[in-house]
Design a protein around this ligand. Sequence first.
Ligand code: FAD
Length: 273
Amino acid sequence: MDQPTVTDVIVPPMVDPFHDWRDGDTWLAGGTLLFSAPMPHLRRLRDLSQTGWPSLTVSAAGLEIAATCGITELHEFKPPDHWRAGPFLRQSVEEYLASFKVWNRQTVGGNICASLPAGPMVMMGAALDAEYKILALDKSSRLVPAIDFVTGDNTNILQPGELLRSIHLPLSALLRRYTLRRFALTKHGRSSIYLVGTRDTESNEILITVSAATIHPVHLRFNGAPSSEDVRVALDRLIPDDLYFDDPNGTPAHRRHLTYVFAEQIRTELSAS
Ligand SMILES: Cc1cc2nc3c(=O)[nH]c(=O)nc-3n(C[C@H](O)[C@H](O)[C@H](O)COP(=O)(O)OP(=O)(O)OC[C@H]3O[C@@H](n4cnc5c(N)ncnc54)[C@H](O)[C@@H]3O)c2cc1C
């Protein structure tokens, strides 16, 4: 849809992406969320499509994903064979409910910054213990654990003008075994409950990440294989009732119920050697 209050679309200089920042400015990535609903506060869009940031960089430390990396680029990426969690990257992209147009335009960073409970890139970052690099208007930068980035339905820790630059997936997370469980009302529907478990094959740490069921992702981390009781107690403690999301895709009670079922299935699967 049109955004009639927008008067300009500018391409900021990459030596100083914040140059001439004004009230009403917003970063434009794929634009699929920005052009999907009225946003009368918008005045100018700062187009990120010309940054030239390399989309995907493999190194000994893991994988660096530019915020501007297209979803389709991540889908086509061939991870090294020894990354046990490598196939999860492609699977994450396939969890999108998206039309042809949205699929081909949206970016990894745009999905993370949209910060919706069903955000597949939000889950990917949280489940793989990612670190996000954020650039600020005063030209400082900071690194933030993915699990701390999203704070609620469509809210996150970004301050006005802040720019998500990149997503770092550490090698240690990419080497972990993983499994996932997801529920949606229809086969290709938006996720209403989505859990991913990973296990470090050396330390045996198990990490279960809950998303879509809750308004922001939640980590359950265990040193070694937990019992059913350990998982239940952690869920009771870390997810109060008001953290479960309520929308037409599912009631909080339904989401809570399946979260416990899926967490137990993941525990059983990852505990087996
Ligand atoms: C038909 C349809 C289906 C959808 N299905 C899903 C779904 O299944 N799951 C889901 O999670 N979402 C879904 N969405 C919403 C979805 O989150 C976005 O459409 C998409 O992921 C946003 O990516 P984008 O690159 O187009 O971002 P944009 O629309 O360009 O930007 C989204 C927001 O993030 C900000 N932003 C973008 N990049 C940065 C950056 N690098 N730094 C700081 N801020 C930034 C923008 O200013 C804007 O506020 C759907 C939307 C549509 C229209």
